[in-house]
Design a binder for this molecule. Structure first.
Ligand code: ZN
Length: 89
């Protein structure tokens, strides 16, 4: 696609025991990325936890700062506050 995709393809997987070359997302190779997604889907972990354990990187900072991401975080927080208020009622 572009130069960024190329450099990512030359990076090694974040997981030391793996060290495969070629990053898909979050600093992980395809195998580890799908394994992580599987664990998250199974409810065994979350991206936040994997990040804390050093087994995944945060999503692209630019994406996290995008208008949609910011609006989403805000909307979700508002929804959670509304829900919490309902519960305490
Ligand atoms: Zn890997």
């Amino acid at each position: 696609m572009n130069a960024k995709t190329k450099t990512r393809a030359n990076q090694t997987c974040l997981v030391k025991q793996c060290a495969a070359v070629g990053i898909v997302s979050r600093g992980l190779c395809q195998k580890c990325y799908y394994a992580a997604r599987y664990l998250i889907r199974e409810g065994k972990t979350s991206w936040e936890e994997l990040q804390k354990l050093g087994l995944a990187r945060a999503t692209h900072a630019k994406l996290a700062e995008s208008p949609l991401a910011v609006a989403f975080t805000k909307a979700k927080a508002t929804a959670q506050v509304a829900q919490a208020r309902k519960r305490t009622k």
